[in-house]
Design a protein. Structure first.
Length: 152
């Protein structure tokens, strides 16, 4: 069974600076080792639909998503209807707002689709290997965001 995944990083910038980078999901390919392109029409907002193109080695696949939560300087979340996963970026102010803890989470507490489970098993190395790669990618993504924000 798929597991929820979560990782966090502390960034030397206030939530407003972190939000300017994090909420623009079309920039995800700048940091994510798996995401190659995110397309959305119009600005990020609750209800916005997106399509992403992902790649791991020779394997390439598209994913549809819709933003389910959009709370400036606090939270952006999107659900992927093709596999039922929910992805969350949560910002938490630290040191009276001078710094920010940024958390990325994959929530599969409601399960995933049978088709998704089979694709993970057949093409992505099985659930355990896939989740290990996802968690590593999540850490790389947050580290890349941190560098972008702190070097701005």
């Amino acid at each position: 069974m798929p597991e929820d995944l979560q990782t966090s990083i502390e960034i030397d910038a206030p939530p407003s600076d972190v939000w300017r980078v994090v909420h623009d999901l079309t920039r995800m390919p700048e940091w994510s080792p798996q995401c190659r392109k995110v397309m959305a029409r119009g600005p990020m907002a609750q209800g916005r639909r997106m399509i992403s193109l992902n790649r791991a080695g020779w394997k390439v696949w598209p994913m549809r998503s819709v933003i389910t939560d959009f709370e400036p300087e606090r939270l952006i979340a999107f659900r992927m209807p093709d596999n039922h996963s929910r992805w969350v970026f949560r910002l938490e102010p630290l040191d009276d707002g001078a710094r920010t803890r940024l958390t990325e989470q994959r929530d599969v507490s409601h399960g995933t689709t049978r088709a998704s489970q089979q694709l993970v098993e057949w093409f992505l190395g099985g659930e355990q290997e896939f989740e290990k790669d996802l968690l590593s990618g999540m850490r790389q993504t947050l580290l890349g965001m941190k560098r972008t924000i702190e070097n701005a």
